[in-house]
Every structure is written in structure tokens, then in C-alpha cells.
Design a protein around this ligand. Structure first.
Ligand code: DUC
Ligand code: ZN
Ligand code: ZN
Ligand code: ZN
Length: 470
């Protein structure tokens, strides 16, 4: 039988190669890759375009409840719509265990929220905040076996932090079940100490978030997480690495052959802590408050080097959207946050701009190759989170998840042009070269030229296999 869809004349790009070929799709799968394929029911002319495996954003937060009354600006509908417009076909949001609740119970609520609401495919990382004997002995092992093959732990935040004994216990479970642990590595006590001192000095503006969440606290926690992982002999993924200091710890571990993996994000290549100053140390800076915070241009240089040399395996958005001016004090600009940076919700939106920013600043400016771009944004996350080769690859038999990329398309990032739920973008005014012009999920177009198709709301839940880290 012929193909349902033929994509002709484009340049296929994988994590290791690029070549001219036609690509044929039948029943949602890639069935042909050849110099020229037979006529199909539907044809797409991709002349002048790159044909990429669909973007996989392995780190997003959607509809996650907060402990302080602020509200996340994206649910599964708007968050995955934004993801699709930005060239993504799969996102991996978090299912947060609220302390005192069972992990399974919390997860069920996320499934209910996601059901029928997604434009892209989705799967969940768990967040373990309450490692009770029941969670460690029963729930977590059962969930990993059920296809939740990765989970995140936090080394800071009052309502999430695990102490070293708890980290080691959780790592033990990961070793037994061959799960991939993701670590938020920032030292809790160091941050609290710095916060108290800054507040005593009256330094409460959003900018001081970047001082309190010092890179040294991130470096220390990164090393501690790596040491614990080495002791237990378990792979570990250090997420949202912000700069040179924590990178050096990761390089140290990688050089010793340890299975330490690392992720970085757009904010660490195009923002700096000075953005948190706003206009004149004013509250505008809250728009850039995220954890870890952006650092300085030296760290940006280090991150680019790390994206090239393999220090980083994954490039995700850490899309964690809050309104700036939410209704009824639900946004970043709320009365309590005005009294101290420590109350400003931590996170920024970015699922729609991740690929354009990395392409424009990285590929277009000659800092990384297009193959490396594909590895960091699709193939590696698929492998490390147990989705490969169903996802992240242009191979026969894989899901036909494809992003058609126009390398020449110029755009300016503006709030008005984005599909996310937030009321601002921290990347406002950025000039971009290269843009996703069509996003195809399992053979169906879900977004084209910035328009997300309502009939494309066909995202499915993905059960995941064991991480390639094992
Ligand atoms: N960690 C994240 O992964 N995202 C936003 C805030 C945070 O602390
Ligand atoms: Zn985190
Ligand atoms: Zn430099
Ligand atoms: Zn995050």
C-alpha cells in the first residue's frame, strides 16, 4: 500500500547525520525513507526545510499546585498547545507528590487533568517529596514498573527538600528498580542563610533571589548529589544546571566514568542575573525569577562549551509558568512577594521558545551543529527517559513525530505571538532566525505557521521503558 503522507524535498537531520530524502508515513509511523518515494494520499513540499524528529521537552511543569496560593499559568490544554506551536511533539511534565499524600493518588489527579486535553504526547516524571517506608517500599517500585521510569528529588524548598539520608534511601530504590533520578541540586541551608542575611540588610527586591540562590550553593549540592549517587552506584541526572561551577562538578564525575547526566535550559544561555534587576531594581525583575537563577556571561560561555562537548546531554525549557499579574493575587506580583524575593514564585515560561532560541543562538550562530541540536532537544531525552526509538528518531517504525524547520525564517519573540497561558515572556523582543513551520504528531499536523489545529488535540499518554542511563 502507498503512504498516507509523503514529505518531499527536505533535509532530514538526526543526532548524527543530515541528508536529502523523502519520508513516507503510514498509520502514524515512519514507513519509508528514500531518495524518492511513490505518490501518497497527502503530499508536503519540504523544499528548503529541515525535517527533524519532533521536539521532546523533558522538563515542563503544567497544572502543578503550589503551596502559597499562586497559580500555574498553564494547564495541559494551554501548555501542550504552546509546546506544539514551538515544534514539540512530546512533553514530560511532573506529577508532584504533596507531602502527606500517596504518590499514586497525586499521579491520578494529573492523569485526570491531562486526559483529552493534550495536543502533544505526554508522560510524567514523579516528584518524590515524602519518602515514607510505604512510598519507598511499595508505591515507587510499583510505579517505576508501571512505566514511570524517572523521578525528581529536591535538595531545597521547605515543602520538598530531602535530607541526605532520604536522598540515599531514594537512590537505593532507583538502583533496585533501574529508574533515572533527576536532582534539583541547590543547598537548602546555604540558601536560607543567605536569604535571612539579605532580608536583615533590607535587600528584598527580586534581584536578591539571584544572590541568595548563589552558584556556590548549586555547586555544593551538585557535588553532594554526585557523591551520593557514586556511593549507591546509581545514574543521576542533574537538571537545570545554571553555570560554570556546577558544570565542573559534572565534568569531574564524567571524567571518572560515572553515569552523571546533565540538563541545561534557555534561560542560562540568554539571560543573566542582571535581568532580575528589572528597570531599576524594581519588581519587574520578578519576571526572571527562577531556580537556579541565570548567572553571568562567563557562565553562559561555559554552558555553550558544555552543550558542544557533551557535558550536557539534554536541553529542556523548565517551563514553569506563572502570571506576572494574576487575578486575585495569584501571580508573581502579589503583596507577599513585594515584601521579599523569597515569596516570588520560582519559574518562567519557555516551552514554545526553547527550540527557536537554541537554534537561533546555537546553530545559526555557529556555536553548535544542527545534529547536536537534534541530539540535545529530541534524541537524547528520548533515550534517557525511555522513549527511544518510538520517539526521538527518524527511523522506519518510529512514531511519525516530525518538525519541519525553516532555518531562514526570522521572527521576534513577543508575548502577543505566543500560545502559552502566561501574561508575559522573559524573552520579549528577542530576534530569532529559524522557526518551526509545521509540527506533525503521529502523522497528523498539529500546528502550522504558529496556528495550533483544534482537531490536532490527539495527544496520548506514553508509558516509558527503562532509561538508557542503565
Ligand atoms: N525547579 C524546577 O525544576 N522548576 C522551577 C522551579 C524549581 O525549583
Ligand atoms: Zn528544580
Ligand atoms: Zn568567557
Ligand atoms: Zn522545573
Amino acid at each position: 500500500a502507498g503512504c498516507d503522507l509523503a514529505i518531499r524535498g527536505g533535509t532530514l537531520v538526526t543526532a548524527s547525520d543530515q541528508f536529502r530524502a523523502d519520508l513516507g508515513i503510514r498509520d502514524g509511523k515512519i514507513v519509508e525513507i528514500a531518495a524518492e518515494i511513490a505518490d501518497a494520499r497527502e503530499e508536503i513540499d519540504a523544499t528548503g526545510l529541515m525535517v527533524l524528529p519532533g521536539g521532546i521537552d523533558a522538563h515542563v511543569h503544567l497544572a502543578q499546585p503550589t503551596s502559597d496560593g499562586t497559580v500555574m499559568a498553564d494547564d495541559f490544554l494551554t501548555g501542550t498547545r504552546s509546546a506544539a506551536a514551538g515544534g514539540n511533539t512530546t512533553v514530560l511534565p511532573f506529577a508532584l507528590q504533596v507531602k502527606g499524600s500517596s504518590l499514586r493518588e497525586c499521579l491520578t489527579a494529573y492523569h485526570e487533568k491531562a486526559e483529552g486535553a493534550c495536543y502533544t504526547d505526554v508522560s510524567f516524571h514523579l516528584i518524590v517529596s515524602d519518602p515514607t517506608p510505604q512510598v519507598l517500599g511499595q508505591e515507587l517500585p510499583a510505579l517505576v514498573r508501571d512505566g514511570y521510569s524517572s523521578f525528581k528529588v529536591f535538595m531545597t524548598y521547605d515543602d520538598l527538600v530531602l535530607n541526605d539520608a532520604e536522598l540515599l534511601d531514594v537512590f537505593d530504590v532507583a538502583r533496585r528498580e533501574r529508574a533515572l533520578v533527576m536532582v534539583h541540586a541547590e543547598g537548602h541551608d546555604a540558601i536560607k542563610h543567605m536569604t535571612r542575611r539579605l532580608e536583615e540588610e533590607g535587600k528584598t527586591a527580586p534581584y536578591y533571589h539571584a544572590v541568595a540562590h548563589h552558584q556556590i550553593a548549586e555547586r555544593e549540592a551538585t557535588h553532594r548529589a554526585i557523591s551520593h549517587a557514586q556511593l549507591i552506584d546509581v545514574p543521576v541526572m542533574i537538571v537545570h544546571v545554571s553555570g560554570r561551577d556546577p558544570m565542573e562538578q559534572i565534568q569531574w564525575a564524567k571524567k571518572r566514568g560515572m553515569k552523571v547526566f546533565a540538563e541545561t535550559c534557555p534561560q542560562y544561555i540568554v539571560l543573566t542575573r542582571d535581568d532580575l534587576k528589572g528597570l531599576n531594581m524594581d519588581f519587574e525583575g520578578a519576571k526572571y525569577v527562577c531556580s537556579p537563577p541565570p548567572r553571568d556571561t562567563d557562565s553562559q560561555d561555559a554552558i555553550w562549551e558544555g552543550l558542544r562537548d557533551g557535558t550536557f546531554d539534554v536541553f529542556s525549557s523548565d517551563h514553569c509558568p506563572f502570571y506576572f499579574e494574576g487575578a486575585n493575587e495569584t501571580g508573581k506580583d502579589n503583596p507577599r512577594a513585594r515584601t521579599s524575593f523569597k515569596w516570588v514564585p520560582n519559574g518562567i515560561p519557555g516551552v514554545e521558545t526553547r527550540l527557536p532560541i537554541l537554534f537561533s543562538e546555537g546553530v545559526r550562530k555557529g556555536r553548535i551543529s544542527i545534529e547536536r541540536f537534534v541530539a540535545l532537544t529530541s534524541t537524547n531525552p528520548a533515550k534517557l527517559y525511555g522513549l527511544y526509538p518510538q520517539k526521538g528518531a527518524l527511523v522506519i517504525g518510529a512514531d511519525a513525530d516530525i518538525t519541519l524547520w525553516d532555518p531562514e525564517r526570522k521572527a521576534v519573540i513577543t508575548q502577543a505571538s505566543l500560545n502559552h497561558g502566561a501574561d508575559y515572556t522573559p524573552f520579549e523582543g528577542m530576534e530569532i532566525e529559524g522557526w518551526p513551520v509545521r509540527t506533525i504528531l503521529r502523522g497528523q499536523t498539529i500546528a502550522a505557521d504558529g496556528e495550533v489545529l483544534e482537531q490536532g488535540r490527539a495527544g496520548r499518554y506514553l508509558s516509558r521503558a527503562t532509561s538508557s542511563a542503565w
